[in-house]
Design a binder for this molecule. Sequence first.
Ligand SMILES: Cc1cc2nc3c(=O)[nH]c(=O)nc-3n(C[C@H](O)[C@H](O)[C@H](O)COP(=O)(O)OP(=O)(O)OC[C@H]3O[C@@H](n4cnc5c(N)ncnc54)[C@H](O)[C@@H]3O)c2cc1C
Length: 317
Amino acid sequence: MVFVFSDNEKIAIEMLAKAVEISRELGSKPSAVVLGRDGQEKARKLVAAGASVVYLAGQDMDEIKAEEGSEILHSICKEVDPPLIMIGSTKTGKEIAPRLASLLDAGLSTDSRKLYVRDGSIVTERIVYSGNGVATERFASKPAIVTVQAKTYDPLPPDDSRGGEIVTKDIAPREYGSKILKVESMVSEGANVEDAQIIVSCGRGFKSSQDLKLIEDLAKSLKGYTLGCSRPIAADLKWLSEDHWIGLSGHKVKPKLYVACGISGQIQHVAGMRDSGIIVAINKDENAPIFKVVDYGIVGDLYTVIPKLVQAINEKA
Ligand SMILES: Cc1cc2nc3c(=O)[nH]c(=O)nc-3n(C[C@H](O)[C@H](O)[C@H](O)COP(=O)(O)OP(=O)(O)OC[C@H]3O[C@@H](n4cnc5c(N)ncnc54)[C@H](O)[C@@H]3O)c2cc1C
């Protein structure tokens, strides 16, 4: 069985699309693990997304720590012996993957972007040196463990008529020294850049937070009201909340259209938006690195270009 696990349901569904493909090549079955409460409903969604078997565990646990999650996964893996384990690259997934690799004495490759079988071995490709290189890694032993970021694979269309087995596992992890004392929700403005189809993003090319009205106008005229930003705008200047932050340490996005305004295009920003459909940039510096990744580049002052662009789009509309 090819195993998929993520505490983020969307990533689990995306990874299943790849698991279905790899399972065919390995003569195996795509399967998934769901930890925690409300597992039945999640399991049904995973079956509709391609899982032949879904294992449920820890259903009586409110919060599952990485140590406990790794122990439960380890116990299921020992029984099922999967050749490949795909783990969603969330904060929890990044904590569980190395622990599980250690428990299984297995190899782990993080943030895999491509996955295939070559001469019977699992091979993965991942970006290294902040996007300046691609490492191709072949697993010499089984199981192979990879972490996978959001939006790496397109999900299969859900099919509620698909049949799949849902297996409940009664695994009680042992007591660990750490305790979860409090769970607090992140401060959020409700922006969901990861699912947006059109994103208009701002960077340090803006002189003040009031000027962000310009990108709001542009976003509205494009009928895609989702704002993104570079790290300094969210982390240093705090003009927008962290929901909007795009890049290596922010959100990874894949909209149909990404408009970067006053963003230089440093590799850490590009790492989060390079998979966008059409990329447009407005920057007054013709040598800005963002122009290396764009489909359309406008060299000019955003304070004059954006109003003209909004006017032109509105006239067309
Ligand atoms: C470990 C690490 C992780 C990081 N993670 C991220 C990340 O996730 N996301 C991220 O974005 N960054 C990240 N960074 C920071 C990154 O390296 C850059 O510093 C950052 O992306 C720069 O933001 P910027 O493009 O808004 O600003 P700048 O680099 O200062 O660029 C501003 C741009 O605006 C242009 N400009 C100025 N005025 C105008 C105008 N009037 N009209 C048009 N253009 C104008 C300039 O020509 C310039 O190109 C990370 C850095 C590190 C070290």
